[in-house]
Design a protein around this ligand. Sequence first.
Ligand code: ZN
Ligand code: ZN
Length: 84
Amino acid sequence: MKDTKRDGINMQENLCPCCQNPLVWDGRYHCAQCKHHFNKIGFCPECDSELEKLQACGAANFFCNSCNELKSKSKIRFEFQAQD
Ligand SMILES: [Zn+2]
Ligand SMILES: [Zn+2]
């Protein structure tokens, strides 16, 4: 029950790092106010390396090449990086 609740909150935490507006998904994350597209980058909670996103069966998994293991989504720190 707790996990479902936490996932629901995470889904809505996609806020623009510049203006804190909610980002819109149009194939990438887009801020209508800044008119920027953003990449969502995950960082390893243990070693702070950038995680590799693996798509498997419709679900995204995050793999750390330094730790050589998959990371639990709930512990990953996500950052939005401007693309254009
Ligand atoms: Zn913005
Ligand atoms: Zn790591």
